[in-house]
Design a protein around this ligand. Structure first.
Ligand SMILES: C[S@@+](CC[C@H](N)C(=O)[O-])C[C@H]1O[C@@H](n2cnc3c(N)ncnc32)[C@H](O)[C@@H]1O
Length: 291
């Protein structure tokens, strides 16, 4: 019982932390996002958007839309319409200001303030759903994935981008050194708040993968009703793109199904030894292109 209470407090603190964290960040967000990822983040976001494979005129939901980077990329690439959801009024304010600069984006993107855990939309009301850097901030990633899947039409694509941890030990050690020391120093040039965000990321990313290793996340996707889930680890694993298709309406998947799919992924990529509890293969950039 005490453990459950402690976990609940920790999870609620995570959500409050997310609200407080993003309030002062919108102004320099796009620059700082690139800095936090060694300049790789725009490339990862492009790969995630490409995986969606929307058609012209389709309706896409982008959750944790932030300053609207993914929403804009979806519209530009597919000529679809996008509903961008975020819980932060400050991030949405920045997104709104950017949309106003481009009439095409202003027509195609609608911004809604809401929480990923409780989406104010009917079931199966979007052709595709995307989310970026979200699950580290929610109390219950499995429940949030189910909610994201609820609003997705059957056959639609769910796609996400998240930071990852390099698999090989030397690169992982370098990653830890950079995020603990280099990143806060670089971000201090942007602002005091961004320096704090750098320190937060150095804790938040390893803590997320300790709680939810990639293979467990894959099982969550299956339990939420997703099929053909693919994982693409980019930039030595520092960025992780995941995507799959919704099949059926309920939690039809079994953990066994997820494990079978992982075995297939390993065979396809020539399974390297697993490190730190993460056993998924690293798909080299350029492989495993989106369908
Ligand atoms: C790192 S930003 C990502 C922004 C954008 N997707 C991008 O590609 O850069 C994470 C965003 O998630 C939002 N967020 C965090 N938890 C959320 C939740 N439970 N529901 C909705 N938005 C959330 C934050 O407000 C923030 O704007």
């Amino acid at each position: 019982m005490e453990d459950a209470v402690a976990v609940g407090i920790e999870a609620a603190a995570r959500k409050d932390e997310a609200r407080a964290l993003f309030a002062p960040l919108p102004r320099h967000y796009d620059l700082a996002a690139a800095l936090t990822s060694f300049g790789q983040d725009p490339r990862w976001r492009r790969a995630m958007v490409r995986a969606v494979g929307a058609q012209q005129g389709q309706r896409v939901l982008d959750v944790a839309t932030g300053t609207g980077l993914v929403a804009a990329a979806l519209v530009r690439r597919f000529r679809c319409t996008v509903v961008g959801v975020d819980q932060s009024p400050q991030m949405l304010g920045r997104a709104e200001a950017k949309l106003r600069e481009d009439p095409m984006l202003q027509r195609a993107v609608t911004l809604v303030r809401a929480e990923a855990e409780r989406l104010p939309f009917a079931g199966e009301s979007f052709d595709h759903v995307t989310f970026t850097y979200l699950l580290r901030y929610v109390e219950d990633p499995a429940a949030t994935l189910s909610e994201l899947t609820r609003v997705l039409k059957r056959g639609g694509t769910l796609a996400c981008l998240e930071f990852g941890l390099p698999r090989s030990q030397p690169w992982r050690a370098l990653w830890h050194a950079y995020t603990k020391v280099g990143l806060p120093a670089v971000l201090r040039l942007v602002s005091k708040e961004w320096a704090q965000t750098g320190a937060f990321l150095a804790r938040s990313i390893p803590s997320f993968y300790a709680r939810h290793p990639l293979d467990e996340q894959l099982e969550m996707w299956h339990a939420a009703g997703m099929r053909e889930v693919r994982v693409r680890r980019m930039s030595l694993g520092a960025g992780v793109v995941m995507w799959g298709q919704k099949e059926g309406t309920g939690p039809a998947a079994t953990a066994g199904g997820a494990r079978a799919e992982m075995r297939d992924l390993r065979r396809g990529a020539g399974e390297p030894p697993s490190v730190g509890g993460e056993s998924l293969p690293e798909e080299q950039d350029g492989c495993a292109e989106a369908p």
